[in-house]
Design a protein around this ligand. Structure first.
Ligand code: J2J
Length: 549
């Protein structure tokens, strides 16, 4: 069985990528045993007091894979995974991949609106969630989402208080079958490496998140090559504190890259400075990845006399623009800085560990693969001269040529000859690295979380008191940008910000997307064709000439 909806690379490139050693024909689910055979009890994963050796990881992956089969999952089925950072996340992803079941990696902050959309779009047969997490009942939400699907969908829950309508995940981590026999049985089910291994979330520009199908071949390369560029090796200890289902901490190099290199992965539920510093000191963490907002907070909280960060060698920063000034101060933590300009759609750019300090501070790196193709184009689609800004287009061995079941979105986001339109405005720096200078896509980048303006505008238009609406990002010293809802009200009373946030939450919108500013206008500035003119709107907001609530 093959999951339909994947856009494959042209045949001649498949052969080329294999010949060049980018694609190695390895299915992700077969990796845990390969590693275990070579590394035995060495620690693969640390999550609080739980420590899993590589052999332990392989056995648990097999047990869960066998049990996923026995509860009825089949190759090419899809499974929604919305877990916080915990070892069960890693076991679940590999167990699914082991039998060709495709995990759909949702962010923990997603709520009904996003989850229901994803679950429907990927036609999931199961969902793996915590029972509750940070005071939110994920199990209830998953059961509701499952009930709304037009196909059976089983909810597997991690944690205390599993509902009678759900299945506890923990007991599924054990089997009676003899390990070698089970291993052989599951090996026979290994999917072809060109098949879809994972579905990642796109930041998205129009409406709810789109899904990106990443293959075993392309994603293994993604993580392996990223690991080379960030200096990973068997003595690396990689801390995951961003949501593990995000492409950055998952595969750039992320936890997958750290495991490929034979290192140890430490799972932490959040990048809160005190807890992160304690974990770095306790586990002797050597490398981690953060978004600029977290880098900033770490710098503010760091006290050399209180926090022992001496093990830290590399801090990767990406997901949003890093101010050069913060980049210059980060080495105070005692580590090298690596800027990463990446995207779940593929292309990854890294500053190299031996780039001069100014290049590391001022650029967002360069493509990781010699066969990454990059064009910088103007509005007409023509290449701009070197050094001029334009939209970044890309193709390459780990950049799929269309979204998963992308339909009309592919027409907007990909050229007919397969270039992904990133929506990012960049220019070449004299060093040969890229500098991100802006974007043409209509989204808000709030501390690295991408929020589609259109998705929130759709919600605003569903509110009875709203006549016209536009959502823009407003600059914010802490988070980079925050969501500002600009509204022309219809007749009747206008709610305040807290009430608007409650209205959004009631419509199942993720917490991180809720508007943080509400501005009321008599009329919105419009473009020639009558759409809200967001450039003018941002200027008005900056000049603060409207009603602020
Ligand atoms: C400016 N903007 C950036 C950067 C991403 C590694 C790192 C990040 C992501 C990621 C990722 C940026 N400076 N350094 O998947 O593997 C913005 C761009 C880009 C979008 C992609 C990875 N790094 N961005 O952030 O899919 O606008 O991936 O197109 O979430 O984030 O978002 P996302």
């Amino acid at each position: 069985m093959v999951l339909d909806g994947q856009v494959r690379w042209p045949e001649h490139l498949v052969a080329d990528y294999v010949a060049k050693g980018y694609w190695r024909g390895v299915a992700l689910g077969s990796l845990p045993w390969r590693w275990a055979d070579a590394r035995g009890h060495r620690t693969a994963l640390v999550d609080g007091d739980s420590r899993l050796g590589y052999d332990d990881l392989a056995r648990r992956v097999d047990a869960l894979a066998a049990n996923l089969l026995s509860i009825g999952l089949r190759p090419a089925d899809t499974v929604l995974v919305q877990l916080h950072n915990c070892w069960e996340f890693v076991v679940t992803v590999f167990a699914a991949a082991r039998i060709g079941v495709v995990p759909v990696l949702a962010l923990p902050g997603y709520r009904e609106r996003e989850l229901a959309h994803i679950a429907r779009h990927a036609a999931v047969s199961a969902a793996v969630v915590p029972t509750t997490w940070r005071g939110f009942d994920h199990q209830r939400l998953a059961l509701d989402v499952a009930a709304g699907l037009d196909r059976p969908c089983r909810v597997l829950a991690v944690g205390a208080g599993v509902s009678p309508d759900a299945t506890a995940l923990r007991p599924l981590l054990h089997v009676d079958e003899e390990p070698a026999a089970l291993r052989a049985r599951l090996d026979a089910l290994a999917p072809p490496s060109g098949d879809v291994a994972l579905l990642l979330m796109s930041g998205g520009t129009t409406g709810p998140p789109k899904l990106i199908a990443r293959t075993h071949d392309d994603y293994e390369y993604n993580a392996r090559r990223s690991g080379e560029l960030s200096g990973l090796g068997p003595d690396s200890v990689y801390l995951v504190s961003l949501p593990a289902g995000h492409n950055f901490p998952l595969g750039s190099p992320g936890l997958l890259g750290a495991l490929l290199a034979g290192g140890t992965v430490v799972m932490l539920p959040s990048p809160e400075p005190e807890a992160a510093f304690a974990a770095i000191a306790r586990e002797r963490v050597t490398i981690t990845s953060v978004v600029p907002a977290v880098a900033h907070r770490w710098l503010e909280h760091h006290r050399p006399d209180r926090h022992d960060l001496s093990s830290l060698r590399v801090v990767q920063v990406g997901g949003a623009r890093l101010a050069p000034d913060v980049a210059r101060r980060l080495p105070r933590l005692g580590c090298a800085v690596q800027q990463v300009f990446g995207m779940a759609e593929g292309l990854l750019n890294f500053t190299r560990l031996d780039d001069p300090p100014d290049v590391v501070a001022e650029t967002q790196g360069r493509p990781m693969c010699p066969d990454d193709e990059v064009r910088i184009v103007d509005e007409a689609g023509d290449d701009v001269p070197f050094g001029r800004p334009g939209e970044l287009l890309t193709r390459g061995p780990y950049t799929p040529r269309g979204y998963f079941r992308g339909g009309r979105h592919d027409v907007d986001s990909f050229t007919p000859d397969g270039w992904y339109r990133t929506g990012d405005v960049v220019r070449w720096h004299p060093s040969g690295n890229l500098v991100v200078t802006g974007r043409v896509k209509d989204l808000i980048n709030r501390a690295g979380e991408k929020i589609s303006a259109q998705e929130l505008e759709d919600v605003l238009y569903s509110l009875p008191w709203v006549a016209r609406a536009a959502v823009v990002g407003v600059p914010d010293a802490e988070l980079g940008e925050r969501v500002c809802a600009c509204v022309v009200p219809g007749p009747g009373p206008v709610p305040d910000l807290a009430e608007v946030r409650a209205e959004f939450a009631a419509r199942g919108v993720a917490v991180f997307k809720l508007p943080e500013q509400l501005r009321v206008f008599d009329a919105l500035p419009l473009t020639d064709i009558g759409k809200p003119d967001k450039k003018k709107l941002r200027a008005l907001l900056a000049a603060n000439t409207d009603g602020h609530r």
